[in-house]
Design a protein around this ligand. Structure first.
Ligand code: BEZ
Length: 210
């Protein structure tokens, strides 16, 4: 086992961190990264995290030369250039843009779900903005419907950036929005997810239960 040369600023509940952890598992790079777990919320910043990372993004990756990369998309791209196996982000051609677009759609699900989480968990109930919450939910539902309709064969074809991102998005919905019951309207996506969630990389990175 080699000494880690990089440090990942990490939060176990963050689905964006989870994507990075899954890629580290899938590409055999776990022992290159030391984990620095940060307890974080949008209203309690961490000064260590903000050093060279002014927006306080998590995940952030401190490299051996001391520089810091963020956010998850940049880190995933960087780490995918640091291993010798098949790239998980296609390097060129139409596959690159399609897989990155599917990953971006999964991130849009996550962005909306995290905004819902902050609104409902951090703000007092009498300040919740229902119309805004409904619009975030609808964004999630539209994105899931698109994946169900257009993307199952593509997701099944490779466990790459697109599949990692969609799996982490579905895992976060189960974690923070179980009442959404996304499986009812997306049976094929549910079947795909039931299979891929058995992968060691996804099992090892499941969100905390407490
Ligand atoms: C969460 O606890 O749901 C969460 C934590 C970090 C980033 C995003 C979400």
């Amino acid at each position: 086992m080699s000494t880690p040369s990089m440090t990942l600023f990490h939060s176990p509940a963050s689905p964006f961190v989870r994507k990075v952890m899954v890629l580290l598992h899938e590409t055999g790079q776990l022992d290159r990264v030391a984990i620095n777990t940060i307890t974080l919320s949008p209203v309690s910043p961490d000064s260590g995290l903000n050093e060279d990372n002014p927006a306080g993004k998590i995940p952030a990756l401190r490299l051996a030369d001391g520089s810091v990369l963020h956010d998850s998309r940049v880190i995933l791209d960087y780490l995918d250039h640091q291993h010798v196996g098949n790239p998980l982000i296609p390097r060129e051609g139409s596959a690159r843009w399609r897989r990155l677009m599917l990953a971006s759609l999964a991130d849009a699900i996550l962005d909306a779900a995290v905004l819902i989480r902050y609104e409902t968990f951090l703000r007092p109930a009498d300040k919740h903005w229902d119309l805004w919450l409904d619009n975030q939910r609808e964004k999630i539902e539209r994105a899931l419907a698109y994946l169900e309709r257009d993307s199952i064969a593509e997701l099944s074809s490779a466990f790459d950036i697109a599949a990692i991102s969609v799996a982490c998005a579905l895992g976060y919905l189960d974690f923070r929005m179980p009442s959404l019951d996304w499986r009812a309207a997306q049976p094929q996506l549910a079947k795909w997810y039931a299979d891929v969630r058995q992968r060691p990389s996804l099992k090892a990175t499941e969100p905390p239960t407490a």
